[in-house]
Design a protein around this ligand. Structure first.
Ligand code: SF4
Length: 332
């Protein structure tokens, strides 16, 4: 069960990418725009808690993960780790302690593994670069432990293999082992199983849950797949066009969604049943609009079958109750 203390807190986090104005726009004096990839989100993750961040592509969820792992810099708001403000901390040596404690697992294991390096070197690399081992014996021990924790047994059998000699599931386990080797307290996993077969997915999810149970490690699980989020997470946060539109326990969000967008996501996945709550809503049409053209009012209104005048004029705050929040005028 999650510890009450937050390990991570995002406060009004914002990532806007400026757009260079074209010659025509400059001549007409039109202001340059911005891609509002993340547009003011508040989110906390407790120690030992699994939080799923769910949204379609273009919702900004990967950008949130990149900010947390310091691969992208926010343009506003705060990133707090154990209460310490990490927002503007930059530079290799200043970030070294943080990088040991916060690791990221990427979606495409094949892309994130160097094809010329053996499994041993891949998993040993963060231990070497963060200077976490004193000698070769310790290095072998730590690499072996990480591979075993990721379910690659016996670990020694994998030391000298190259990524192309592994199955898709084994490659993703190597990626997980690389993150685990430094014994992080928070892992950000960006679509870690979306490229794997269904049977392998369950095994990888189990590895992540076991890590939380054994080491009280927190996990931010980024996915477009609501049923997957429900399977693994304690809480689910739903992101739409750079804003959180609903947050609550995994059961509440999945079986009692209050926001029409979450209902539409749920309805698109028949395996968790489409007829609880507002199951009568039509399926979601089209894709998330460009983050350069965020609509006024409720940003979901162009796709919302329930939209009415107020939705086009005023943006609803995210609220309902202490344990279930939704940004919709009809949420109550
Ligand atoms: Fe739909 Fe209006 Fe609710 Fe937005 S506020 S989700 S447009 S009903």
């Amino acid at each position: 069960m999650p510890d009450a203390a937050d390990i991570l807190r995002l406060e009004s986090l914002q990532v806007h990418f400026p757009i260079q104005a074209g010659l025509f726009a400059r001549v007409l004096g039109r202001p340059a725009g911005a891609v509002r990839a993340v547009d003011g989100i508040d989110l906390n993750v407790g120690r030992g808690e699994i939080v799923a961040l769910v949204g379609e592509s273009g919702s900004g969820k990967t950008t949130v993960g990149r900010v947390i792992t310091k691969l992208a810099q926010p343009t506003g708001g705060k990133l707090l780790f154990e209460g310490h403000d990490m927002t503007s901390v930059q530079g290799t040596s200043a970030l070294r302690p943080y990088r040991r404690r916060v690791q990221m697992i990427f979606q495409d294991a094949y892309q994130s593994l160097n094809p010329r390096h053996t499994v041993f070197d891949i998993v040993a690399e963060p231990l070497r670069s963060l200077r976490l081992v004193e000698n070769g014996k310790q290095l072998v021990e730590r690499v072996g432990q990480a591979l075993a924790s990721a379910g690659l047994n016996p670990p020694g059998d994998f030391f000298s293999r190259f990524p192309h000699e592994l199955s898709g599931g084994q490659r993703q386990r190597v990626v997980i082992a690389g993150a685990l080797a430094v014994k992080p307290e928070l892992i950000v996993a960006d679509e870690p199983v979306s490229m794997l077969d269904v049977s392998i997915r369950a095994q990888i999810l189990q590895v992540l849950v076991d890590l939380r149970d054994k080491h009280n490690m927190a996990l931010l699980f980024i996915t477009h797949d609501l049923p997957l989020a429900w399977l693994i997470a304690d809480r689910i946060a739903v992101l739409y066009l750079g804003k959180l539109v609903e947050i609550g326990s995994a059961d509440e969000i999945t079986f009692n969604p209050r926001h029409p967008y979450t209902v539409a996501l749920r309805n698109a996945t028949p395996q968790i049943g489409a007829n609880a709550g507002r199951g009568e809503l039509p399926a979601l049409q089209g894709e998330v609009p460009s983050a350069t053209r965020v609509p006024n009012g409720c940003r979901f209104h162009p796709r919302c079958p329930l939209a009415f005048d107020r939705c086009r004029q005023e943006e609803p705050p995210i609220e309902v109750g202490p344990k279930h929040l939704a940004a919709c005028w009809l949420a109550n």
